[in-house]
Design a protein. Structure first.
Length: 664
C-alpha cells in the first residue's frame, strides 16, 4: 500500500478481498499515513494478506487510529496481523463496528475497548487472545447486534457484567477456556437470539434465569462440564430452533415436549446419566426413583419460582422510584416549528446515537433522547431498524396514521426523517415530542435500579391512575369515533402510553395502526399479511383466529391495561397461565376480595380513609373501575363496552372522588 497522507478529505477506504500485503512486518506501516485523514469514516481491508505487528504509531494514546474520532467502521478481518490489540482503539468514540477476527492477535483484550460506547458489533474471534475477559468490556451495553469472542484462549469466569448486554442479539463465547458457573445475570440479556458457549469448562447447573431468554433461536452449551437436570422451561421456548446440550454431565429425565420433541433440533448425546426422552435418542428408561426425584424437583422449582416472583413483586411495589420533576429546556415556539432534520442533525442531537441517550426499545427499532443544537428543543428520536421484516411498513403506517390527527392525548410527531446515513444506507426516523416522565410501564413496573438512594419511591396515586385512564380512553374515543376514517391502534399497552411533565397520558407508537373502512354491517379492517397484531397479553383473543382488526380489539387491550393499572400485575405474570388470566382473576375476586387484588401501594393510600365517607367512596369507585375493565376485556367482542361509554363512566368516577374530597 502506498502512503495515503495526501488524501486529506477521504471518508471511505475499502480495499478488502484483494491480494494486498505479503504477510511481512512492514505491511501495516501505511497506517501511519492515515494520521492526517481525520475525515475517515469507514476503513475496510479484510480478506487480504496484511501481516506483522500493528505499528507503534497506532499503539499509543496519540496514535493515528486514536486520532480518527469520526471513524464509525473498521474491518481488518482475515489478514495476518499479530501482536497485541492496541488499547488506543478506545479513543474511537464514534466506532460502531469493529472486526479484528481471523488474525493472529495475542495478549489480553484491552479494557479500554469499553470506552467505544457506540459499538453495536464487535468480532475478535479466531485469534490467539488470552487472559480473562475484562468486566467493563463484557458489560458494554451499546452492543446490540454481535459480540464474538470465539476460538481464542480466554480463561477465567464469565463476569456477571455480561447481564448489561440487554439489547444484544448474538453472543458467541465458544471454544475458549472459560470456567466456573454460568452467571445468573445472563438471564438479563433478553434480546439474545443466538447464544453459543460450547467448548468451554463451565460447571454447575443451567441457571433458572435463562428462562428469561424467550427470544433465543439457537442455544449451544455443548462440550462443557455442566451438570444437574436439563430445565423443562426450554419446552416453552417457542422460537428455539437448535438446542445443543451434548457432551456434558446432565442427569435425570429428559422431557418429550416442546423443543425436546423435535429430534432434529435437539442434541443431548454424551450425557450418560440422562433417561427417558424420545426413542430416537436411545436413552435408558427412567426408574421410579428417577421419576420421584424428577417430580420432587419440579415441585421445588415451582415453589421457589412462585415465592421468588412474589418477593420481587412486593419489593418493586414498595420501593418505586421517586421521580423528581425537573425543568427541561424547550422551545417556546415548539408548536410552530417547521423542522427539517437530517441524519447529521439527529446524529449530533443524540451524541452519535449513544447508548447513554437510549430511552426505549421497540419492536422495530430504538428510541433516543436528543437536544437540537439550534434552539435547545428536546426531542425523542425513533430510529427504525430497516433490517427487520415489517419495519418499513411500520414506518409508513405510523406516518399515515398520524398525518391528519391531532389530540391532546396522542403523542405528537414533530417531523420525520427519510434518507441515507453517512455510509449510504437507508435511514428512517420519527421525531416526537419528548415526554419527561417516560412511559406508564416504567411507573407500574419499575426496575430495581430505579429506587432513590434515600429509599423513597414515587407512586401513582388513585387520582393519577384515574386521570391517565381517562386520557387513554379519550384518545381511543377520538381515534374510533371522531375521524372521517377511524383508526385502530392495534398495540395498546403501558409502554405505549407516554407521560408528560404534568402526568398527562399520551398514546403513541402507531406502527401497527390500521384505518377502518366503514361498511353497513361491520367496522373492521383487514390485518396485514404479518398475521396477529398486538402484544401477547394485551391482544384481543379473536386476533389469533381471524384476519380482521376492530374497535373492539382496542377496547379489549384497554380493559387489560385498566385492570393492570389498579392491580399492579402484568397480564404476562407467571401466575396467569392457560385459561387463567387477568380478566378472570379480577372477575372472580369482585366484590369481596377487592383489597386482595389491588396494588398494595394503592391500599396504603386508602388505609387513612378507612371507616370514613371518603373511604367508602374510594372503595366504591375502585370496584367500578374494575368492573369497567372486566366489561372491556370479555372474550366475546360484541359484548365489550363501547369506549365512549367507558370515557363517560370514568369521568363520573373522577367527579365522585373529587366530591368526596380526593384531589390529585
Amino acid at each position: 500500500m502506498p502512503p495515503l497522507d495526501r488524501l486529506n478529505k477521504l471518508q471511505v477506504l475499502l480495499i478488502g478481498s484483494n491480494y494486498l500485503g505479503s504477510g511481512g512486518y512492514s505491511d501495516a506501516t501505511f497506517f501511519c499515513s492515515l494520521a492526517n485523514i481525520t475525515t475517515l469514516l469507514e476503513l475496510g481491508m479484510e480478506n487480504n494478506s496484511f501481516g506483522g505487528v500493528l505499528p507503534e504509531c497506532i499503539g499509543t494514546l496519540a496514535s493515528v487510529l486514536g486520532n480518527l474520532h469520526n471513524l464509525v467502521e473498521m474491518k481488518l478481518s482475515f489478514n495476518k496481523f499479530s501482536g497485541a490489540i492496541p488499547s488506543s482503539l478506545g479513543n474511537l468514540v464514534s466506532l460502531t463496528r469493529l472486526y479484528l477476527d481471523h488474525n493472529n492477535f495475542h495478549g489480553y483484550i484491552p479494557s479500554r475497548l469499553s470506552e467505544c460506547q457506540s459499538l453495536v458489533e464487535l468480532d475478535l474471534s479466531s485469534n490467539n487472545l488470552n487472559g480473562t475477559i475484562p468486566p467493563e468490556f463484557i458489560g458494554l451495553s451499546s452492543l446490540s447486534i454481535l459480540l464474538n469472542l470465539s476460538r481464542n484462549h480466554l480463561s477465567g469466569v464469565l463476569p456477571m457484567e455480561v447481564g448489561n448486554l440487554k439489547l444484544l442479539a448474538q453472543l458467541d463465547l465458544s471454544r475458549n477456556k472459560l470456567e466456573g458457573n454460568i452467571p445468573a445475570s445472563l438471564g438479563s440479556c433478553v434480546g439474545l437470539e443466538v447464544l453459543k458457549m460450547q467448548g468451554n469448562s463451565f460447571r454447575g447447573s443451567i441457571p433458572s434465569s435463562i428462562n428469561m431468554l424467550r427470544n433465543v433461536k439457537e442455544l449451544d452449551l455443548s462440550h462443557s462440564n455442566l451438570s444437574g437436570q436439563i430445565p423443562e422451561f426450554f419446552e416453552a421456548f417457542h422460537f428455539l430452533e437448535i438446542l445443543n446440550l451434548s457432551y456434558n454431565d446432565f442427569d435425570g429425565m429428559l422431557s418429550t415436549k416442546g423443543i425436546f420433541n423435535n429430534v432434529s433440533a435437539t442434541f443431548v448425546s454424551g450425557n450418560d446419566k440422562l433417561c427417558g426422552g424420545m426413542p430416537i435418542f436411545h436413552l435408558p428408561k427412567c426408574s421410579s426413583r428417577n421419576s420421584r426425584r424428577k417430580l420432587i424437583s419440579k415441585w421445588k422449582l415451582a415453589i421457589s419460582i412462585f415465592f421468588g416472583v412474589l418477593g420481587v413483586a412486593i419489593v418493586l411495589m414498595y420501593f418505586r422510584w421517586l421521580k423528581k420533576k425537573r425543568t427541561e429546556p424547550v422551545s417556546s415556539s415548539k408548536d410552530d416549528l417547521s423542522l427539517n432534520l437530517s441524519y447529521g442533525i439527529l446524529l449530533r442531537a443524540t451524541n452519535g446515537f449513544s447508548s447513554s441517550n437510549l430511552i426505549g426499545v421497540g419492536g422495530f427499532g430504538f428510541v433516543y433522547k436528543g437536544v437540537l443544537d439550534e434552539n435547545g428543543t428536546i426531542i425523542a428520536v425513533k430510529i427504525l431498524d430497516l433490517t427487520l421484516h415489517g419495519a418499513v411498513k411500520s414506518f409508513k403506517s405510523e406516518c399515515e396514521a398520524l398525518r391528519n390527527i391531532r389530540h391532546r392525548n396522542l403523542l405528537k410527531v414533530l417531523t420525520v426523517c427519510s434518507g441515507t446515513d453517512y455510509r449510504g444506507n437507508e435511514f428512517k426516523a420519527l421525531i416526537y415530542e419528548f415526554m419527561v416522565n417516560g412511559n406508564l410501564e416504567d411507573w407500574l413496573h419499575p426496575s430495581p435500579s430505579s429506587a432513590n438512594v434515600d429509599g423513597n419511591a414515587q407512586k401513582l396515586s388513585l387520582i393519577q391512575r384515574i386521570n391517565i385512564s381517562i386520557d387513554v380512553a379519550s384518545a381511543l374515543d377520538y381515534l374510533h369515533n371522531h375521524l372521517q376514517s377511524p383508526i385502530i391502534h392495534c398495540d395498546l399497552k403501558p409502554s405505549n402510553v407516554l407521560l408528560d411533565a404534568e402526568m398527562v397520558g399520551h398514546v403513541g407508537d402507531f406502527g401497527l395502526a390500521k384505518a377502518v373502512i366503514e361498511s353497513s354491517d361491520d367496522t373492521k379492517a383487514k390485518m396485514s399479511s404479518a398475521g396477529v397484531r398486538g402484544t401477547v397479553g394485551y391482544a384481543a383473543p379473536e386476533y389469533g383466529m381471524e384476519s380482521m382488526v376492530s374497535r373492539e380489539g382496542d377496547v379489549y387491550s384497554y380493559g387489560i391495561l385498566l385492570l393492570e393499572m389498579f392491580m399492579g400485575l402484568s397480564p404476562t405474570n407467571e401466575m396467569f397461565r392457560e385459561n387463567f388470566n387477568l380478566h378472570k382473576f379480577i372477575k372472580e375476586a369482585l366484590p369481596e376480595q377487592l383489597p386482595e387484588v389491588t396494588d398494595p401501594l394503592l391500599l396504603q393510600e386508602m388505609e387513612s380513609h378507612i371507616g370514613t365517607a371518603r373511604g367508602d367512596a374510594t372503595c366504591e369507585c375502585l370496584e367500578m373501575v374494575y368492573r369497567i375493565g372486566v366489561a372491556c376485556s370479555v372474550k366475546a367482542h360484541k359484548e365489550r363496552m363501547n369506549i365512549a361509554e367507558v370515557t363517560s363512566q370514568l369521568h363520573f368516577i373522577r367527579d365522585k372522588l373529587h366530591a368526596a374530597g380526593l384531589q390529585g
